[in-house]
Design a protein around this ligand. Structure first.
Ligand code: PEP
Length: 254
């Protein structure tokens, strides 16, 4: 049975004080209100991760994630954070290949493949992001474009390593725009991506792969999106910055 996950991507938001109160509110609400087997991941700015670790340790089903890592093990890369550093502070997840990293930091499929590999070598679970641009959605081949992103970043992995990866389908036109994929559009893509994984790794691995939806998911549309058979949860940006709304989204995935 594949995992259900709701992950929050805080991006570069929240003061330290706000980060502490948001985390303790989410921890309390999840502990008191969320039943079932959904796993919650808070992907916060790097600098808050060690501070927040003790808050999330209170509840088994909440853990932390980073929003990126460097593709090399160590070296003269001023300002960067390595996968082994995240692993050393016991951060289990790392987002890799977010569209903002692709767009603003020039991350290519080849670089993202290296990041996935080094994250896995260090025991981290990558949340690998893929998704088409608006102009690509208007092209007949938009599903093939997203499949190609998966092929480039993940298909050189062994089946065992692939099994540790969470895929997040995030149509770029829906991220931070208030435009959401309809549940039919999300289901169509998720089913196609699962079939693509099955062709490479077999039906069992595909069936066990968690595929999250991301892109303006909020407390109003989460129920409908999460009801799709191939949508296993969400990667939530803006709506993860409000404890009540984020918890309501988590409850939609119970
Ligand atoms: C994201 O950045 O991963 C995201 C899904 O953002 P938002 O929910 O704000 O669209």
């Amino acid at each position: 049975m594949r995992k259900k996950i709701v992950a929050g991507n805080w991006k570069m938001n929240k003061s330290l004080e706000e980060a502490l109160s948001l985390t303790s509110e989410v921890v309390n609400m999840v502990r008191d209100e969320v039943r079932g087997d959904v796993e919650v991941v808070l992907c916060t700015p790097y600098i808050y991760l060690p501070v927040l670790q003790k808050y999330v340790q209170e509840v088994d089903r909440i853990s932390l994630g980073a929003q990126n890592c460097h593709h090399k093990a160590s070296g003269a890369f001023t300002g960067e954070i390595s996968a082994s550093m995240l692993s050393a502070i016991e951060v289990p997840y790392v987002i890799i290949g977010h569209s903002e990293r692709r767009q603003y930091f020039g991350e290519t499929d080849a670089l993202i493949a290296q990041k996935v590999k080094i994250a896995l070598e260090n025991g981290l679970k990558p949340i690998f992001c893929c998704g088409e641009l608006l102009e690509q959605r208007q092209n007949e081949d938009f599903i093939a474009i997203v499949k190609d992103q998966i092929t480039a970043a993940l298909f050189d992995l062994s089946a065992e390593d692939f099994g540790k990866v969470v895929i997040a389908y995030e149509p770029v036109w829906a991220i931070g725009t208030g435009l959401t994929a309809s549940s039919a559009q999300a289901q169509e893509m998720h089913a196609a991506l699962r079939a693509h994984v099955a062709e490479k790794f077999g039906a069992q691995v595909a069936d066990d792969t968690t595929i999250l939806y991301g892109g303006s998911c909020n407390e109003k549309n989460a129920d409908e999106l999460f009801a799709c058979p191939d949508v296993d949860g969400g990667l939530i940006g803006g709506a993860s910055l409000k404890s009540r709304e984020f918890t309501n989204i988590i409850k939609s995935r119970m």
